[in-house]
Design a protein around this ligand. Structure first.
Ligand SMILES: Nc1nc2c(c(=O)[nH]1)N[C@@H](CN(C=O)c1ccc(C(=O)N[C@@H](CCC(=O)O)C(=O)O)cc1)CN2
Length: 292
């Protein structure tokens, strides 16, 4: 069994991003990323800190806007509109999930689609379905495709099962796997937590993408011999043996599945680091397109 090292692939992507930033600098352009956090969810705060830190390290103009948990829809919309009009900002994202009073779909729709580096705006969803390369693809599924490529996994003609149907991962993942060309051309099945006979479906797959958001949801009985498993889940569970009392696990029972699969991503250190790497790459793409 081969473990797919997401941290190493993310470093490779960052190196490519650095080179594109240098090419922009030679034209007197600095790409700008704005990350908006509403509220004080500790995990969201940590992800936003990582994005801001990485962006600054790579040479972006990085803006972090932290708003209180009581922020109203109108106040958040005003921030988004301001960033839409800021010429120093090429990429905007609002960290998900926002607090309950926020209508997230309306906020996503308010972001200029040319700056929507999360790829959540309906214009970018449509561009993905239309296979238009000027669109932005959500960072996590884009990272999964890159991990498959770097692990030497050919998706063309392969039987791939995506478990999960979210707008952030499952749906775009299925579209990416089925699109024409590199990283695509797969035969794709989308299953989810309510699918009947899930194990019978996933056991047929040469590639399994687990994105259900439930700890250890897929066990050995779900995975066929020699399959490649990409675990998108990041679930914090209690663990009295760890110093913090908790630990991160994926949607896949790693120890049970590792014995029979050909390759698998760990959690942490698999898909997670790729999410931030692809965000940086998307932001450079936005800057390149906006300054053509
Ligand atoms: N606006 C967005 N919100 C959210 C997204 C997103 O793509 N856009 N994705 C997730 C959270 N996320 C980025 O925002 C993210 C999650 C996990 C990681 C990561 O590197 N995880 C590490 C473990 C980190 C830890 O120890 O806690 C790993 O898996 O190795 C990066 C980014 C939801 N919200």
């Amino acid at each position: 069994m081969k473990q797919i090292d997401g941290a190493a692939v993310a470093q490779k992507v960052h190196q490519e991003t650095r080179q594109r930033i240098e090419a922009l600098a030679a034209r007197g352009i600095q790409p700008g990323l704005a990350v908006v956090l509403v509220g004080d969810d500790p995990a969201s705060r940590a992800y936003v800190r990582s994005k801001d830190k990485r962006a600054a390290e790579l040479g972006f103009h990085s803006v972090k806007r932290e708003l209180p948990a009581t922020t109203s829809q109108e106040e958040l919309l005003a921030v988004v509109r301001e960033l839409n009009h800021d010429p120093a900002i090429h990429g905007i994202l609002v960290q998900s999930p926002p607090p309950k009073q926020i209508d997230e779909a309306a906020i996503v729709r308010a972001i200029d689609p040319n700056k929507d580096v999360d790829g959540f705006h309906p214009v970018n969803v449509a561009k993905l379905a239309l296979e238009d390369p000027t669109g932005f693809v959500p960072c996590t599924p884009l990272g999964c495709i890159r991990l498959l490529e770097e692990a030497g996994v050919s998706t063309a003609g392969a039987n791939a099962v995506v478990v999960g149907r979210s707008m952030i991962v499952g749906k775009p993942m299925a579209l990416l796997l089925m699109r024409r060309g590199k990283g695509g051309d797969a035969t794709v099945t989308v299953a989810h937590s309510r699918s009947k006979n899930l194990a019978a479906i996933t056991r047929q797959a040469e590639i399994v993408i687990a994105a259900v958001g439930r700890p250890h949801f897929l066990g050995a009985e779900h995975i066929g011999d020699g399959a490649v498993v990409i675990d998108v889940g990041i679930n914090r569970i209690d663990d009295p043996t760890s110093p913090k009392g908790t630990r991160l696990v994926g949607d896949v029972d790693y120890d049970a599945v590792a014995e029979r699969c050909a390759a698998i991503t760990p959690v942490p250190g698999g898909v997670g680091p790729m999410t931030i790497a692809m965000l940086m790459a998307n932001t450079v793409q936005a800057c390149e397109q906006l300054t053509k």
